[in-house]
Design a protein around this ligand. Structure first.
Ligand SMILES: C[S@@+](CC[C@H](N)C(=O)[O-])C[C@H]1O[C@@H](n2cnc3c(N)ncnc32)[C@H](O)[C@@H]1O
Length: 382
């Protein structure tokens, strides 16, 4: 591995360069040896091929700045192992842990928190600590056990906790943690407070989904809002709404709003972040009857949808329901070009036109790219 810095002392990216703390064995940032321009060109090319039927509607990619493309990962999920008598945090390669405490793409808060925990976690090889999850200022130690371990070591948090940037540290007892890191039960607050607020004032907890680049995320919401242009008398359905970051936008414009979200914690936060919105907890597919009731006072011409599903895309029942419900416009923020293609193909056949696709570089240095699709019902045409 070569470690280089720019003349100004900052890390340099590009052919063959690895910034300080970056392991050449790590596969997470698969675009790190590309310049920013090369990485963005590859992402745009990938979207143009994956979304070829609509390539003429593909707008330029909204990129991250150089400063935003390091130190932006403020939400991590890492494996934990004891190596040479020390707790280490990183990713697994086969059976071996590749330590990543100093990864330069981690936020400085994540790096400081990992350094603190490496220092204060107990010297106990029997502690069944398996995973670490951090979401902003809230962190969780995931222990594969039903039994509460010795917790005397948590006194160390009173000294370094605040300095590290942490506001809450949780212990989650989850004997079968693995593919799914979190279960509903056995959350113990070890230190600090249960909730935090992000830079935009939104409340979140330890399991929260959070967009990593607030400036770019706000840009995507600006574009969705300008397209949907909700107003008094409209009914906005916000599916997969997470903490409710988008709910306040539609409410501010006087629309009636309903959000649907699977995670109970996210729903609790959404009630604070989007006061006045109706909230439905559960799978979107299972909430269709309640969504129909919510929409019934709104004429079809006053129905709008904002959807932001996980990588798996829209549930089939939801894809079939959207045209049936007669939404005039749909803004669809996607993190998977494959499922976006599938869902747009279906919606086009069901009476929608794809007007515009706007890519956003929410994950600089990686191959991942977000895309906002703006769709309009053909019935909406004069
Ligand atoms: C890509 S995130 C978007 C969250 C939110 N829109 C935001 O930007 O912060 C997807 C969200 O969908 C939720 N989710 C996953 N499957 C779901 C389902 N079947 N029904 C409802 N919500 C679901 C996840 O818990 C997660 O909060």
């Amino acid at each position: 591995m070569r470690i280089e810095t720019t003349p100004t002392g900052g890390p340099a990216f590009g052919e063959g360069f690895f910034p300080r703390g970056c392991s050449s064995l790590c596969r997470a940032c698969d675009h790190r040896s590309l310049s920013r321009e090369e990485s963005e060109a590859q992402k745009r090319g990938w979207l143009a091929s994956k979304l070829a039927p609509w390539a003429d509607r593909l707008a330029p990619l909204e990129g991250a700045t150089e400063a935003e493309s390091l130190g932006y990962r403020d939400r991590v999920r890492l494996h934990v192992r004891r190596i040479d008598g020390r707790w280490r945090f990183g990713m697994l390669r086969g059976d071996e842990l590749l330590p990543l405490e100093d990864c330069p793409v981690h936020s400085s808060r994540v790096r400081r928190s990992l350094a603190l925990l490496s220092r204060i976690l107990p010297d106990d090889p029997l502690l069944p600590l398996a995973f670490y999850a951090q979401s902003g200022a809230q962190a969780t130690l995931i222990v594969k056990s039903r039994t509460r371990p010795d917790l005397t070591w948590t006194k160390g948090l009173d000294e370094g906790g605040v300095e590290s940037g942490l506001e809450g540290l949780w212990l989650h007892l989850h004997p079968s943690a693995g593919r799914r890191l979190f279960a509903n039960r056995e959350w113990i607050l070890l230190w600090g407070q249960r909730r935090s607020q992000d830079s935009g004032g939104l409340v979140y907890g330890p399991c929260a989904f959070q967009q990593l680049l607030p400036r770019l995320y706000e840009r995507s919401l600006d574009e969705a809002e300008a397209f949907l242009a909700p107003c008094m008398g409209d009914g906005v359905v916000d599916l997969y709404c997470g903490n409710g970051a988008s709910l306040a936008r539609w409410l501010r414009r006087g629309a009636a709003v309903v959000g649907v979200e699977l995670s109970g914690e996210a729903m609790e936060n959404a009630a604070v972040n989007g006061p006045g919105a109706s909230l439905l907890r559960g799978c979107c597919a299972e909430r269709i009857p309640q969504l129909d009731s919510f929409l019934s006072p709104h004429a079809r011409s006053r129905r709008l949808a904002y959807v932001n599903p996980p990588r798996t895309g829209l549930e089939p029942e939801v894809a079939r329901w959207l045209p049936r419900a007669g939404f005039r416009r749909i803004a669809y923020l996607s993190c998977s070009a494959g499922t976006l293609r599938r869902d747009m193909t279906f919606l086009e056949e069901a009476g929608y036109d794809v007007l515009r696709l706007r890519p956003y570089d929410f994950f600089p240095r990686t191959r991942h790219v977000e895309c906002l699709a703006l769709l309009s019902s053909r019935d909406d045409r004069p």
